[in-house]
Design a protein around this ligand. Structure first.
Ligand code: GLN
Length: 481
């Protein structure tokens, strides 16, 4: 990195108004950085300079006219490659969509651009967002900018790495079981999964529709809050998006955290948790206590079942969602002598091993004779996990846990054992199943210099509260990037 101070949403805004830079110059500066760092990091799969410069010029024209600027005017943004962008190749990290260019923008993209954001390109990710290390991408892994021999986490590894390396000011990722929060933790940047239904999924290419969410990566909490206010809110194109007013989060979060009750579930601090991670998260909790938060010990007894439940439900939904890639309507087609052969060859050639594993698992869980034993039972356990959260939020304002059991692992370290890889999500999938919001904030580094993340869960649509805690932690010196 250049050593120059990082750009933030606020500093971009000020610099544009003071005419210290233009949106076009800023885009050029970021593209130069991307050109320099991306060959090593592999964070971006596609760049869209035409679109970026056209948007930058629109912003510069507004500055020249002295008209009010949008909240994200001129801010360079990176987008995970599972979110549709009109005219910009969107692969989902898969060979099956290698040549797919969406004919429309996702709602989140439309809202970002309406606020003046400059979309720079699409970021690498695990294929169809299935993974915890970014090693399941058909386009090669992403390297963690903090330690190049380590994974950036997954599945939104490219977005996390882009923000951590200063290749964009903010980024969008998606989270189904941890894919925003865990890479945020591994790359040392704040990363937020909103409540299910808070941000429209229109244009998000589906993995598991009852779990998928879009959310931001940023280098400070205020920027994450601003992006949230821009992308959240009801959308008639997504019937699961909530018709609730969206707070001006960046204003809400300056409130003091004194008096807030933070729940600490013992179930998240047991066997399997790395000692350094445990120490840093506990130190983070202590810092919040010193600023007036009240610690409340909690029990969330169904936590142990979350991984199994998640991997039944997520794979079942994936097996159904991915049925659409049949060589007829989208992406890759491998010819065959019969229609069946064409389907088979297309899917065999187009999907990678992890995606195939999940389609098989999910198809099995949904098959007649096994449905009751797996899918139905998993749905029941999902309700119990949601009830653990509902009961906890009768007693506390937020729940604090580690984001992941360890810091970033080495490339290749877990690829041979899918179960071990799945355990990287042990603390994040619970909130995914319950539908509640969660944010990962950096809370220090391991002795080896690897970032560690602290996760804050909130109640449904309680994003303001957890952003307020995250901001309180940041103001107290909990982290700075
Ligand atoms: N790592 C988890 C999985 O592989 C979560 C992925 C995600 O949140 N998209 O399913």
């Amino acid at each position: 990195m250049s050593g120059a101070p990082r750009w933030t949403v606020a500093s971009v805004h000020e610099a544009l108004l003071a005419k210290k830079t233009s949106a076009r110059e800023l885009a050029q500066e970021f593209y130069a950085q991307i050109e320099q760092r991306n060959p090593e990091l592999n964070a971006f799969l596609a760049l869209c300079p035409d679109r970026a410069y056209a948007q930058a010029d629109r912003v510069d024209a507004i500055v020249a006219q002295g008209k009010p600027l949008g909240r994200l005017a001129g801010v360079p943004v990176a987008i995970k490659d599972v979110i549709s962008t009109e005219g910009v190749r969107t692969t989902c990290g898969s060979k099956i969509l290698e040549d797919y260019t969406p004919p429309y923008d996702a709602t989140a993209i439309e809202r970002l651009e309406r606020a003046g954001a400059v979309i720079m390109g699409k970021t690498n990710c695990d294929e169809f967002a299935m993974g915890s290390s970014n090693e399941n991408s058909a386009y090669g892994p992403v390297r963690n900018p903090i330690a190049l021999d380590r994974v950036p986490g997954g599945s939104s590894g490219g977005s996390a790495a882009a923000v951590a390396a200063g290749l964009s000011v903010v980024a969008l990722g998606t989270d189904t079981g941890g894919s925003i929060r865990q890479p945020g933790a591994y790359c040392g940047v704040p990363a937020m999964m909103p409540t299910y239904g808070r941000v429209s999924r229109y244009g998000l290419i589906a993995f598991a529709s009852s779990l998928d969410r879009i959310g931001p990566f940023a280098t400070n909490i205020t920027d994450a809050a601003t992006v949230m206010s821009v992308i959240a809110g009801h959308d008639s194109n997504d019937s699961t998006s909530a018709a609730l007013a969206v707070p001006e989060y960046a204003a809400e979060i300056e409130k003091s955290v004194a008096g807030l009750r933070i729940g600490i579930p013992e179930d998240y601090f047991g066997a399997g948790l790395d000692a350094e991670v445990k120490n840093k998260v506990q130190a983070g909790i202590t810092l919040l206590e010193r600023h007036g938060c009240k610690r409340v010990p909690l029990k969330m007894p169904h936590t142990d079942y979350a991984i199994a439940t998640y991997y039944v439900i997520a794979t079942a939904e994936a097996s159904s969602n991915l049925a659409r890639y049949d060589g007829v309507r989208y992406g890759l087609r491998v010819q065959g002598n019969t229609l069946m052969e064409m389907y088979r060859k297309t899917r065999e050639r187009g999907f990678g091993p992890e995606v195939k594993r999940r389609i098989m698992l999910g198809t099995y869980a949904l098959s007649s004779g096994y449905y009751d034993a797996y899918y139905l039972r998993a749905q029941k356990v999902r309700s119990l996990i949601a009830r653990d959260f509902a009961e906890a939020f009768e007693k506390v304002d937020a729940i604090i846990t580690p984001t992941a059991p360890t810091a970033a692992f080495r490339l290749g370290e877990k690829t041979a054992d899918p179960l071990e890889m799945y355990l990287a999500d042990i603390y994040t999938v619970t909130g995914s199943l319950a539908g509640v919001p969660g944010i990962s904030v950096p809370c220090g580094k391991s002795a080896a210099g690897l970032p560690i993340g602290m996760q804050i869960f909130g109640s449904h649509f309680g994003e303001a509260r957890i952003l307020q805690l995250a901001r309180g932690f940041e103001k107290a010196g909990g982290f700075s990037i």
